[in-house]
Ligand binder design. Structure first.
Ligand SMILES: [Mg+2]
Length: 121
């Protein structure tokens, strides 16, 4: 079973994402911000991370830079999840090491296709 860490400060988004991912046979863990996500990755690196952009404590971008700059042996796929539809944000996320991005609100088909693109579904 593949594992996915859902990182979002919105409980509703985490719940929706968890439900979709479980129907796609992922083992799902959740984090409320980038700091919690880093702690999770230090003890258990997921196969893929669904990452929110705007979060308190540590943003998605700060988390991504820390993750990609770390000496971790294995690096997960990262799908950036954002409401920012401007191309600048997306470029910055890809440059920082994101593999794909998905616009909120997303549905099962959209998320499934993004996971297929990164080779995990
Ligand atoms: Mg947010």
């Amino acid at each position: 079973m593949k594992s996915c860490l859902v990182v979002d400060d919105s409980k509703v988004i985490r719940k929706v994402a968890r439900h979709i991912l479980e129907t796609l046979n992922f083992a799902v863990a959740e984090a409320e911000d980038g700091r919690q996500a880093l702690t999770h990755c230090e003890s258990s690196m997921p196969d893929v991370i669904l990452l929110d952009w705007n979060m308190p404590v540590m943003s998605g971008m700060e988390f991504l830079r820390a993750l990609r700059g770390s000496a971790a042996e294995s690096q997960p796929k990262v799908v950036f999840c954002t409401t920012e539809n401007d191309i600048g944000h997306i470029r910055a996320a890809i440059a920082a090491g994101a593999d794909e991005y998905v616009m909120k609100p997303f549905d099962r088909d959209t998320l499934h296709s993004k996971l297929q693109i990164v080779g995990l579904a």
